[in-house]
Design a protein around this ligand. Structure first.
Ligand code: BYC
Ligand code: FE
Ligand code: FE
Length: 474
Protein backbone atom coordinates (compact mmCIF):
# COMPACT_ATOMS: atom_id res chain seq x y z
CA UNK A 1 0.00 0.00 0.00
CA UNK A 2 1.22 3.49 -0.75
CA UNK A 3 2.18 5.80 2.09
CA UNK A 4 -0.20 8.52 3.04
CA UNK A 5 1.15 11.74 4.40
CA UNK A 6 -1.69 12.93 6.59
CA UNK A 7 0.34 15.52 8.48
CA UNK A 8 1.24 17.52 5.39
CA UNK A 9 -0.50 20.81 4.67
CA UNK A 10 -2.12 18.94 1.80
CA UNK A 11 -2.66 15.30 2.82
CA UNK A 12 -1.57 13.07 -0.05
CA UNK A 13 -0.26 9.72 -1.20
CA UNK A 14 1.57 11.11 -4.23
CA UNK A 15 4.85 11.99 -2.50
CA UNK A 16 4.10 15.67 -2.81
CA UNK A 17 6.95 16.53 -0.43
CA UNK A 18 9.41 15.18 -3.00
CA UNK A 19 8.25 17.57 -5.70
CA UNK A 20 8.75 21.05 -4.26
CA UNK A 21 7.58 22.92 -7.32
CA UNK A 22 4.30 21.05 -7.55
CA UNK A 23 3.84 21.28 -3.79
CA UNK A 24 4.35 25.03 -3.88
CA UNK A 25 1.91 25.46 -6.75
CA UNK A 26 -0.77 23.48 -4.93
CA UNK A 27 -0.11 25.28 -1.66
CA UNK A 28 -0.61 28.47 -3.58
CA UNK A 29 -3.98 27.25 -4.91
CA UNK A 30 -5.10 26.06 -1.46
CA UNK A 31 -5.98 29.49 0.00
CA UNK A 32 -7.95 30.29 -3.16
CA UNK A 33 -9.87 27.06 -2.66
CA UNK A 34 -10.54 27.89 0.99
CA UNK A 35 -11.80 31.34 0.21
CA UNK A 36 -14.02 29.87 -2.52
CA UNK A 37 -15.37 27.42 0.11
CA UNK A 38 -15.92 30.30 2.48
CA UNK A 39 -17.90 32.32 -0.07
CA UNK A 40 -19.59 29.67 -2.19
CA UNK A 41 -19.69 26.61 0.08
CA UNK A 42 -22.38 25.68 2.64
CA UNK A 43 -23.81 28.91 3.98
CA UNK A 44 -23.56 29.69 7.70
CA UNK A 45 -22.33 26.45 9.27
CA UNK A 46 -18.66 27.29 9.38
CA UNK A 47 -17.82 26.79 13.02
CA UNK A 48 -20.16 23.84 13.58
CA UNK A 49 -18.85 20.41 14.38
CA UNK A 50 -20.03 17.87 11.80
CA UNK A 51 -19.67 14.09 12.12
CA UNK A 52 -17.71 13.55 8.91
CA UNK A 53 -15.78 10.76 7.34
CA UNK A 54 -12.37 11.74 6.04
CA UNK A 55 -10.29 9.74 3.58
CA UNK A 56 -7.16 8.49 5.33
CA UNK A 57 -6.11 5.70 3.00
CA UNK A 58 -6.90 4.04 -0.28
CA UNK A 59 -7.43 0.47 0.92
CA UNK A 60 -10.77 -1.18 0.30
CA UNK A 61 -11.04 -1.62 4.08
CA UNK A 62 -10.65 1.21 6.49
CA UNK A 63 -10.00 3.96 3.97
CA UNK A 64 -11.88 6.55 6.00
CA UNK A 65 -12.14 7.67 9.61
CA UNK A 66 -15.14 9.33 11.27
CA UNK A 67 -15.14 12.19 13.70
CA UNK A 68 -16.37 15.69 14.45
CA UNK A 69 -14.82 18.38 12.26
CA UNK A 70 -15.84 21.92 11.38
CA UNK A 71 -16.06 21.85 7.57
CA UNK A 72 -13.34 24.45 6.87
CA UNK A 73 -10.91 22.16 8.77
CA UNK A 74 -11.74 19.13 6.62
CA UNK A 75 -8.55 17.44 5.42
CA UNK A 76 -9.00 17.86 1.67
CA UNK A 77 -6.28 15.80 0.11
CA UNK A 78 -4.94 14.05 -2.94
CA UNK A 79 -5.47 10.31 -3.00
CA UNK A 80 -4.83 8.03 -5.92
CA UNK A 81 -5.70 4.34 -5.94
CA UNK A 82 -2.57 2.21 -5.73
CA UNK A 83 -0.61 1.74 -8.91
CA UNK A 84 -1.18 -1.50 -10.72
CA UNK A 85 2.22 -2.76 -11.89
CA UNK A 86 2.49 -3.41 -15.64
CA UNK A 87 -0.96 -2.08 -16.34
CA UNK A 88 -1.80 -2.18 -20.06
CA UNK A 89 -4.19 -0.09 -22.12
CA UNK A 90 -7.46 -2.01 -22.21
CA UNK A 91 -9.22 -0.66 -25.31
CA UNK A 92 -8.93 1.32 -28.51
CA UNK A 93 -6.09 1.61 -31.02
CA UNK A 94 -3.34 1.27 -28.40
CA UNK A 95 -4.85 -1.76 -26.74
CA UNK A 96 -2.20 -3.91 -25.03
CA UNK A 97 0.49 -1.21 -24.85
CA UNK A 98 1.80 0.13 -21.54
CA UNK A 99 -0.35 2.80 -19.92
CA UNK A 100 0.98 6.36 -19.83
CA UNK A 101 2.36 8.01 -16.72
CA UNK A 102 2.27 11.37 -18.44
CA UNK A 103 0.05 12.87 -21.12
CA UNK A 104 1.21 12.42 -24.72
CA UNK A 105 1.55 15.83 -26.38
CA UNK A 106 -1.00 15.10 -29.10
CA UNK A 107 -3.76 14.40 -26.55
CA UNK A 108 -2.87 17.11 -24.13
CA UNK A 109 -5.63 19.55 -25.00
CA UNK A 110 -8.26 16.80 -25.09
CA UNK A 111 -7.29 15.49 -21.68
CA UNK A 112 -7.16 18.98 -20.31
CA UNK A 113 -10.64 19.76 -21.57
CA UNK A 114 -12.10 16.56 -20.15
CA UNK A 115 -10.39 16.96 -16.78
CA UNK A 116 -11.58 20.56 -16.61
CA UNK A 117 -15.14 19.48 -17.49
CA UNK A 118 -15.06 16.81 -14.79
CA UNK A 119 -13.47 19.19 -12.30
CA UNK A 120 -16.02 21.91 -13.04
CA UNK A 121 -18.97 19.78 -11.95
CA UNK A 122 -17.57 19.15 -8.46
CA UNK A 123 -17.54 22.71 -7.06
CA UNK A 124 -20.63 23.46 -9.17
CA UNK A 125 -22.64 20.95 -7.14
CA UNK A 126 -21.41 22.49 -3.87
CA UNK A 127 -22.57 25.88 -5.11
CA UNK A 128 -25.96 24.50 -6.11
CA UNK A 129 -26.45 22.99 -2.65
CA UNK A 130 -25.18 25.99 -0.79
CA UNK A 131 -28.41 27.01 0.96
CA UNK A 132 -29.93 23.61 1.65
CA UNK A 133 -28.47 23.41 5.15
CA UNK A 134 -31.01 25.95 6.34
CA UNK A 135 -33.94 23.65 5.58
CA UNK A 136 -32.55 20.21 6.38
CA UNK A 137 -35.28 17.75 7.42
CA UNK A 138 -33.05 16.29 10.18
CA UNK A 139 -29.55 16.43 11.62
CA UNK A 140 -28.87 13.11 9.90
CA UNK A 141 -29.70 14.64 6.52
CA UNK A 142 -27.79 17.82 7.31
CA UNK A 143 -24.71 15.74 7.99
CA UNK A 144 -25.13 13.79 4.76
CA UNK A 145 -25.44 17.01 2.79
CA UNK A 146 -22.21 18.29 4.29
CA UNK A 147 -20.48 14.95 3.73
CA UNK A 148 -21.38 15.12 0.06
CA UNK A 149 -20.23 18.75 -0.09
CA UNK A 150 -16.78 18.19 1.43
CA UNK A 151 -16.21 15.18 -0.82
CA UNK A 152 -17.18 17.10 -3.94
CA UNK A 153 -14.63 19.64 -2.72
CA UNK A 154 -12.09 16.84 -2.54
CA UNK A 155 -12.99 15.73 -6.05
CA UNK A 156 -12.13 19.20 -7.20
CA UNK A 157 -8.74 18.74 -5.52
CA UNK A 158 -8.36 15.44 -7.36
CA UNK A 159 -8.75 17.16 -10.75
CA UNK A 160 -6.70 20.19 -9.76
CA UNK A 161 -3.86 17.88 -8.79
CA UNK A 162 -3.87 16.39 -12.30
CA UNK A 163 -3.98 19.84 -13.88
CA UNK A 164 -1.06 21.08 -11.79
CA UNK A 165 1.01 17.92 -12.07
CA UNK A 166 0.60 17.29 -15.80
CA UNK A 167 -0.47 20.44 -17.63
CA UNK A 168 2.03 23.09 -16.59
CA UNK A 169 0.99 26.70 -16.71
CA UNK A 170 -2.20 25.95 -18.69
CA UNK A 171 -3.21 23.56 -15.97
CA UNK A 172 -2.61 26.11 -13.23
CA UNK A 173 -4.71 28.66 -15.10
CA UNK A 174 -7.52 26.17 -15.54
CA UNK A 175 -7.34 25.38 -11.81
CA UNK A 176 -7.91 29.03 -11.04
CA UNK A 177 -10.81 29.27 -13.45
CA UNK A 178 -12.46 26.31 -11.75
CA UNK A 179 -13.00 28.66 -8.82
CA UNK A 180 -14.15 31.55 -11.00
CA UNK A 181 -17.04 30.00 -12.93
CA UNK A 182 -20.11 29.64 -10.76
CA UNK A 183 -23.32 27.67 -10.94
CA UNK A 184 -26.05 29.73 -12.57
CA UNK A 185 -23.80 32.76 -13.11
CA UNK A 186 -25.01 34.58 -16.25
CA UNK A 187 -21.53 35.70 -17.26
CA UNK A 188 -19.42 32.76 -16.11
CA UNK A 189 -21.65 29.71 -15.75
CA UNK A 190 -20.50 26.17 -15.05
CA UNK A 191 -19.74 24.16 -18.19
CA UNK A 192 -22.50 21.54 -18.24
CA UNK A 193 -26.22 22.31 -18.22
CA UNK A 194 -27.41 20.39 -15.14
CA UNK A 195 -24.88 22.13 -12.93
CA UNK A 196 -26.47 25.50 -13.54
CA UNK A 197 -29.95 24.40 -12.45
CA UNK A 198 -31.11 25.94 -9.19
CA UNK A 199 -31.54 23.53 -6.29
CA UNK A 200 -33.64 25.06 -3.59
CA UNK A 201 -35.37 22.09 -2.03
CA UNK A 202 -34.46 18.69 -0.64
CA UNK A 203 -36.54 16.66 -3.07
CA UNK A 204 -34.35 18.10 -5.84
CA UNK A 205 -31.26 17.36 -3.76
CA UNK A 206 -32.20 13.67 -3.46
CA UNK A 207 -33.03 13.52 -7.17
CA UNK A 208 -29.71 15.16 -7.98
CA UNK A 209 -27.69 12.77 -5.82
CA UNK A 210 -29.60 9.83 -7.27
CA UNK A 211 -29.53 10.81 -10.96
CA UNK A 212 -26.73 13.35 -11.43
CA UNK A 213 -24.14 11.87 -9.08
CA UNK A 214 -24.83 8.66 -10.96
CA UNK A 215 -23.71 10.35 -14.17
CA UNK A 216 -20.59 11.08 -12.13
CA UNK A 217 -20.27 7.38 -11.39
CA UNK A 218 -20.43 6.45 -15.08
CA UNK A 219 -18.07 9.19 -16.25
CA UNK A 220 -15.59 8.29 -13.52
CA UNK A 221 -15.83 4.62 -14.49
CA UNK A 222 -15.02 5.61 -18.07
CA UNK A 223 -11.98 7.56 -16.86
CA UNK A 224 -10.98 4.67 -14.59
CA UNK A 225 -10.25 2.78 -17.83
CA UNK A 226 -8.07 5.55 -19.26
CA UNK A 227 -4.62 4.94 -20.71
CA UNK A 228 -3.47 7.98 -18.74
CA UNK A 229 -2.75 6.10 -15.54
CA UNK A 230 -2.83 8.98 -13.02
CA UNK A 231 -6.35 9.84 -14.26
CA UNK A 232 -7.43 6.20 -13.97
CA UNK A 233 -6.04 5.94 -10.43
CA UNK A 234 -7.53 9.25 -9.30
CA UNK A 235 -11.00 8.42 -10.56
CA UNK A 236 -10.89 4.89 -9.17
CA UNK A 237 -10.48 6.30 -5.71
CA UNK A 238 -13.16 8.97 -6.28
CA UNK A 239 -15.65 6.19 -7.01
CA UNK A 240 -15.22 4.93 -3.44
CA UNK A 241 -16.56 8.22 -2.12
CA UNK A 242 -19.20 8.54 -4.84
CA UNK A 243 -21.13 5.49 -3.63
CA UNK A 244 -22.29 7.40 -0.56
CA UNK A 245 -23.66 10.25 -2.66
CA UNK A 246 -25.93 7.91 -4.56
CA UNK A 247 -26.88 6.21 -1.30
CA UNK A 248 -28.07 9.59 -0.02
CA UNK A 249 -30.19 9.98 -3.16
CA UNK A 250 -31.64 6.49 -3.18
CA UNK A 251 -32.52 6.39 0.52
CA UNK A 252 -33.71 10.00 0.43
CA UNK A 253 -36.21 9.37 -2.37
CA UNK A 254 -37.18 6.07 -0.73
CA UNK A 255 -37.90 7.80 2.59
CA UNK A 256 -40.03 10.49 0.91
CA UNK A 257 -42.10 7.78 -0.79
CA UNK A 258 -42.37 5.75 2.42
CA UNK A 259 -43.71 8.72 4.36
CA UNK A 260 -46.25 9.55 1.63
CA UNK A 261 -47.46 5.94 1.63
CA UNK A 262 -47.89 6.05 5.42
CA UNK A 263 -50.09 9.12 5.21
CA UNK A 264 -52.00 7.72 2.21
CA UNK A 265 -52.82 4.72 4.38
CA UNK A 266 -53.69 6.75 7.47
CA UNK A 267 -56.05 9.01 5.54
CA UNK A 268 -57.09 6.29 3.12
CA UNK A 269 -56.72 8.57 0.12
CA UNK A 270 -54.65 9.28 -2.95
CA UNK A 271 -56.17 12.70 -3.41
CA UNK A 272 -53.35 15.10 -4.17
CA UNK A 273 -54.86 18.12 -2.43
CA UNK A 274 -55.62 16.13 0.74
CA UNK A 275 -52.12 14.68 0.87
CA UNK A 276 -50.51 18.05 0.30
CA UNK A 277 -52.65 19.50 3.06
CA UNK A 278 -51.39 16.70 5.30
CA UNK A 279 -47.85 17.85 4.53
CA UNK A 280 -46.51 15.06 2.35
CA UNK A 281 -45.40 15.01 -1.28
CA UNK A 282 -47.89 13.17 -3.50
CA UNK A 283 -46.40 10.45 -5.70
CA UNK A 284 -47.21 12.16 -9.05
CA UNK A 285 -45.17 15.17 -7.92
CA UNK A 286 -42.26 12.88 -6.99
CA UNK A 287 -42.53 11.44 -10.52
CA UNK A 288 -42.35 14.93 -12.05
CA UNK A 289 -39.18 15.78 -10.14
CA UNK A 290 -37.75 12.46 -11.25
CA UNK A 291 -38.58 13.29 -14.89
CA UNK A 292 -36.84 16.62 -14.59
CA UNK A 293 -33.54 15.49 -13.02
CA UNK A 294 -33.31 12.24 -14.96
CA UNK A 295 -33.70 13.95 -18.33
CA UNK A 296 -31.33 16.74 -17.38
CA UNK A 297 -28.75 14.11 -16.41
CA UNK A 298 -29.25 12.21 -19.71
CA UNK A 299 -27.87 15.26 -21.51
CA UNK A 300 -24.63 14.94 -19.55
CA UNK A 301 -23.64 11.93 -21.64
CA UNK A 302 -23.37 14.05 -24.79
CA UNK A 303 -24.71 13.35 -28.25
CA UNK A 304 -25.86 9.89 -29.39
CA UNK A 305 -23.40 10.02 -32.28
CA UNK A 306 -20.22 11.85 -31.39
CA UNK A 307 -16.90 11.97 -33.19
CA UNK A 308 -15.46 13.39 -29.96
CA UNK A 309 -16.49 10.23 -28.15
CA UNK A 310 -15.03 8.09 -30.95
CA UNK A 311 -11.70 9.89 -30.61
CA UNK A 312 -11.66 9.45 -26.85
CA UNK A 313 -12.18 5.72 -27.31
CA UNK A 314 -9.78 5.22 -30.23
CA UNK A 315 -7.01 7.05 -28.43
CA UNK A 316 -7.40 5.38 -25.06
CA UNK A 317 -8.55 8.57 -23.39
CA UNK A 318 -11.90 7.38 -22.09
CA UNK A 319 -13.22 3.81 -22.16
CA UNK A 320 -16.67 2.42 -21.54
CA UNK A 321 -17.71 1.90 -17.93
CA UNK A 322 -16.53 -1.59 -16.93
CA UNK A 323 -14.78 -1.98 -20.28
CA UNK A 324 -13.73 -5.53 -19.33
CA UNK A 325 -17.30 -6.78 -19.62
CA UNK A 326 -17.53 -5.92 -23.32
CA UNK A 327 -16.47 -8.62 -25.79
CA UNK A 328 -14.68 -6.37 -28.27
CA UNK A 329 -12.37 -3.68 -26.86
CA UNK A 330 -11.37 -2.23 -30.21
CA UNK A 331 -14.68 -1.92 -32.11
CA UNK A 332 -12.74 -1.16 -35.26
CA UNK A 333 -15.40 -1.63 -37.93
CA UNK A 334 -18.39 -2.55 -35.81
CA UNK A 335 -21.72 -0.78 -36.00
CA UNK A 336 -24.74 -0.13 -33.86
CA UNK A 337 -28.20 1.34 -34.31
CA UNK A 338 -29.43 4.45 -32.60
CA UNK A 339 -32.93 5.94 -32.59
CA UNK A 340 -33.25 9.30 -34.32
CA UNK A 341 -36.17 11.52 -35.33
CA UNK A 342 -37.32 10.62 -38.86
CA UNK A 343 -38.24 14.22 -39.65
CA UNK A 344 -41.87 13.19 -40.21
CA UNK A 345 -42.96 13.07 -36.61
CA UNK A 346 -41.71 9.55 -36.00
CA UNK A 347 -38.65 7.57 -34.97
CA UNK A 348 -36.23 5.67 -37.19
CA UNK A 349 -33.12 3.59 -36.64
CA UNK A 350 -29.80 4.91 -37.88
CA UNK A 351 -26.69 2.80 -38.17
CA UNK A 352 -23.51 4.43 -36.86
CA UNK A 353 -20.05 3.12 -36.00
CA UNK A 354 -19.83 1.76 -32.47
CA UNK A 355 -16.99 4.16 -31.74
CA UNK A 356 -19.24 7.07 -32.58
CA UNK A 357 -21.90 5.60 -30.34
CA UNK A 358 -19.86 5.45 -27.11
CA UNK A 359 -21.91 8.18 -25.40
CA UNK A 360 -25.12 6.32 -26.17
CA UNK A 361 -23.71 3.01 -24.93
CA UNK A 362 -22.75 4.65 -21.65
CA UNK A 363 -26.10 6.44 -21.39
CA UNK A 364 -28.01 3.17 -21.81
CA UNK A 365 -25.92 1.49 -19.09
CA UNK A 366 -26.74 4.46 -16.90
CA UNK A 367 -30.47 4.12 -17.54
CA UNK A 368 -30.31 0.47 -16.45
CA UNK A 369 -28.59 1.49 -13.25
CA UNK A 370 -31.17 4.21 -12.60
CA UNK A 371 -33.95 1.67 -12.92
CA UNK A 372 -32.64 -0.41 -10.01
CA UNK A 373 -33.93 2.12 -7.48
CA UNK A 374 -37.27 2.46 -9.25
CA UNK A 375 -37.83 -1.27 -9.04
CA UNK A 376 -37.20 -1.15 -5.30
CA UNK A 377 -39.50 1.85 -4.73
CA UNK A 378 -42.23 0.27 -6.85
CA UNK A 379 -42.04 -2.89 -4.74
CA UNK A 380 -42.66 -0.79 -1.62
CA UNK A 381 -45.65 0.87 -3.28
CA UNK A 382 -47.07 -2.48 -4.33
CA UNK A 383 -46.60 -3.88 -0.84
CA UNK A 384 -48.53 -0.89 0.51
CA UNK A 385 -51.39 -1.88 -1.78
CA UNK A 386 -51.25 1.37 -3.75
CA UNK A 387 -51.87 1.37 -7.49
CA UNK A 388 -49.02 3.59 -8.67
CA UNK A 389 -45.78 2.87 -10.45
CA UNK A 390 -42.77 5.09 -11.02
CA UNK A 391 -41.44 5.00 -14.55
CA UNK A 392 -38.39 6.63 -16.09
CA UNK A 393 -39.20 8.62 -19.20
CA UNK A 394 -37.71 7.66 -22.55
CA UNK A 395 -34.20 8.89 -23.35
CA UNK A 396 -35.87 10.95 -26.09
CA UNK A 397 -37.95 13.00 -23.66
CA UNK A 398 -37.07 16.63 -22.88
CA UNK A 399 -33.57 16.43 -24.25
CA UNK A 400 -31.45 19.51 -24.81
CA UNK A 401 -28.33 17.81 -26.16
CA UNK A 402 -28.03 15.34 -29.04
CA UNK A 403 -30.38 14.01 -31.74
CA UNK A 404 -33.46 14.63 -29.65
CA UNK A 405 -32.56 18.11 -28.52
CA UNK A 406 -35.68 20.27 -28.63
CA UNK A 407 -37.80 17.57 -30.29
CA UNK A 408 -41.05 17.49 -28.30
CA UNK A 409 -42.07 13.96 -27.28
CA UNK A 410 -44.27 12.28 -24.70
CA UNK A 411 -42.49 10.74 -21.70
CA UNK A 412 -42.79 7.45 -23.63
CA UNK A 413 -40.68 9.02 -26.37
CA UNK A 414 -43.41 9.46 -28.98
CA UNK A 415 -42.78 12.64 -31.01
CA UNK A 416 -45.64 15.14 -30.72
CA UNK A 417 -46.25 18.72 -31.78
CA UNK A 418 -44.95 21.60 -29.73
CA UNK A 419 -48.56 22.58 -28.99
CA UNK A 420 -49.36 19.10 -27.65
CA UNK A 421 -46.21 19.19 -25.57
CA UNK A 422 -47.00 22.59 -24.13
CA UNK A 423 -50.52 21.46 -23.27
CA UNK A 424 -49.25 18.41 -21.35
CA UNK A 425 -46.08 19.80 -19.86
CA UNK A 426 -47.62 20.56 -16.46
CA UNK A 427 -48.53 16.86 -16.10
CA UNK A 428 -44.99 15.74 -16.81
CA UNK A 429 -42.64 18.26 -15.24
CA UNK A 430 -42.74 20.24 -11.99
CA UNK A 431 -44.85 23.38 -12.33
CA UNK A 432 -44.19 26.56 -10.41
CA UNK A 433 -47.04 25.47 -8.10
CA UNK A 434 -45.42 22.08 -7.47
CA UNK A 435 -42.10 23.72 -6.68
CA UNK A 436 -43.73 26.29 -4.41
CA UNK A 437 -45.56 23.52 -2.58
CA UNK A 438 -42.43 21.39 -2.11
CA UNK A 439 -40.55 24.44 -0.91
CA UNK A 440 -43.32 25.22 1.58
CA UNK A 441 -42.55 21.90 3.31
CA UNK A 442 -38.88 22.72 3.73
CA UNK A 443 -38.73 23.60 7.40
CA UNK A 444 -35.63 22.98 9.36
CA UNK A 445 -35.64 20.24 12.03
CA UNK A 446 -32.69 20.20 14.43
CA UNK A 447 -33.65 17.97 17.35
CA UNK A 448 -31.49 14.81 17.15
CA UNK A 449 -33.52 11.89 15.75
CA UNK A 450 -36.52 14.01 14.74
CA UNK A 451 -37.60 14.15 11.08
CA UNK A 452 -39.63 16.66 9.09
CA UNK A 453 -43.17 15.45 8.46
CA UNK A 454 -42.67 14.80 4.75
CA UNK A 455 -39.90 12.21 5.13
CA UNK A 456 -39.56 8.91 6.99
CA UNK A 457 -36.55 8.30 9.25
CA UNK A 458 -33.66 6.32 7.77
CA UNK A 459 -33.43 2.61 8.62
CA UNK A 460 -30.10 3.15 10.34
CA UNK A 461 -27.62 5.85 11.23
CA UNK A 462 -24.17 6.61 9.85
CA UNK A 463 -21.17 4.45 10.75
CA UNK A 464 -23.24 2.25 13.11
CA UNK A 465 -24.39 5.27 15.14
CA UNK A 466 -28.02 5.66 16.17
CA UNK A 467 -30.40 7.68 14.02
CA UNK A 468 -30.72 9.90 17.16
CA UNK A 469 -27.00 10.65 17.17
CA UNK A 470 -26.08 14.34 17.20
CA UNK A 471 -24.64 14.37 13.69
CA UNK A 472 -24.16 18.12 13.64
CA UNK A 473 -23.57 20.16 16.80
CA UNK A 474 -25.54 23.31 16.14
N1 BYC B 1 -24.34 20.66 -21.20
O1 BYC B 1 -19.65 15.58 -28.91
P1 BYC B 1 -20.59 15.74 -27.77
C1 BYC B 1 -20.10 14.50 -11.78
C2 BYC B 1 -21.14 19.77 -25.17
S1 BYC B 1 -20.98 14.38 -13.24
C3 BYC B 1 -23.63 21.54 -21.94
O2 BYC B 1 -21.73 14.86 -27.72
P2 BYC B 1 -18.77 14.69 -25.93
C4 BYC B 1 -20.78 15.04 -10.62
C5 BYC B 1 -19.83 19.03 -25.22
O3 BYC B 1 -18.95 19.44 -24.16
C6 BYC B 1 -19.77 13.83 -14.45
N2 BYC B 1 -22.82 21.17 -22.96
O4 BYC B 1 -19.78 15.73 -26.42
C7 BYC B 1 -22.14 14.79 -10.41
C8 BYC B 1 -19.31 19.36 -26.57
O5 BYC B 1 -18.75 20.65 -26.54
P3 BYC B 1 -17.46 20.98 -27.39
C9 BYC B 1 -19.01 14.97 -15.10
C10 BYC B 1 -22.75 19.86 -23.27
O6 BYC B 1 -17.49 15.42 -25.79
C11 BYC B 1 -22.78 15.34 -9.32
C12 BYC B 1 -20.57 19.49 -27.42
O7 BYC B 1 -21.65 19.66 -26.50
N3 BYC B 1 -17.96 14.45 -15.90
O8 BYC B 1 -18.98 14.14 -11.72
O9 BYC B 1 -18.81 13.44 -26.69
C13 BYC B 1 -22.08 16.12 -8.41
C14 BYC B 1 -20.77 18.32 -28.34
O10 BYC B 1 -21.16 17.21 -27.61
C15 BYC B 1 -23.47 18.90 -22.56
C16 BYC B 1 -17.90 14.51 -17.23
O11 BYC B 1 -18.78 15.04 -17.87
C17 BYC B 1 -24.31 19.34 -21.49
N4 BYC B 1 -25.01 18.47 -20.76
O12 BYC B 1 -19.39 14.29 -24.51
C18 BYC B 1 -20.73 16.36 -8.62
C19 BYC B 1 -16.73 13.86 -17.88
N5 BYC B 1 -23.20 17.69 -23.11
O13 BYC B 1 -16.37 20.13 -26.79
C20 BYC B 1 -20.09 15.83 -9.70
C21 BYC B 1 -16.00 14.78 -18.81
C22 BYC B 1 -22.36 17.88 -24.10
O14 BYC B 1 -17.79 20.63 -28.78
N6 BYC B 1 -16.77 15.16 -19.96
N7 BYC B 1 -22.06 19.18 -24.21
O15 BYC B 1 -17.25 22.46 -27.11
C23 BYC B 1 -16.94 14.38 -21.05
O16 BYC B 1 -16.50 13.25 -21.09
C24 BYC B 1 -17.66 14.95 -22.25
O17 BYC B 1 -17.37 16.31 -22.31
C25 BYC B 1 -19.20 14.77 -22.19
C26 BYC B 1 -19.75 15.20 -23.56
C27 BYC B 1 -19.54 13.31 -21.91
C28 BYC B 1 -19.84 15.67 -21.15
FE1 FE C 1 -17.79 14.09 -7.27
FE1 FE D 1 -20.78 12.95 -6.01
Amino acid sequence: MSNIDLQALIPNNVHLAENRQLQRALEHWQPAFLSWWDEMGPSDFKAKEVYLRTAVGVDAQGWASYGYTPMPDYRWGIFLADKEENRKIGFGDFMGQDVWQDVPGEYRSTFRRLIVTQGDTEPASVEQQRLLGHTAPSLYDLRNLFQVNVEEGRHLWAMVYLLHAHFGRDGREEAEELLERHSGDVNKPRILGTFNEPMDNWLSFYMFTYFTDRDGKFQLKSFAESAFDPLARTTRFMLTEEAHHMFVGETGIGRVIKRTLEVMKELDTDDVATLRKAGVIDLPTVQKFMNFWFTSSLDLFGSEASSNAANYFSNGIKGRPDEAKFADHVELDTEMTIQVPDGKGGVKGEVISTRNGMNEITRLEYVKDCNVGLTRWNMGIKRAGVAFEFKLPSTRFRRQVGMWANVPTTPEGQPISQAEYDAMKSQWLPTQDDITFVKSLMQRVIEPGKMAGWIAPPDRGINAQQVEYEYVKL
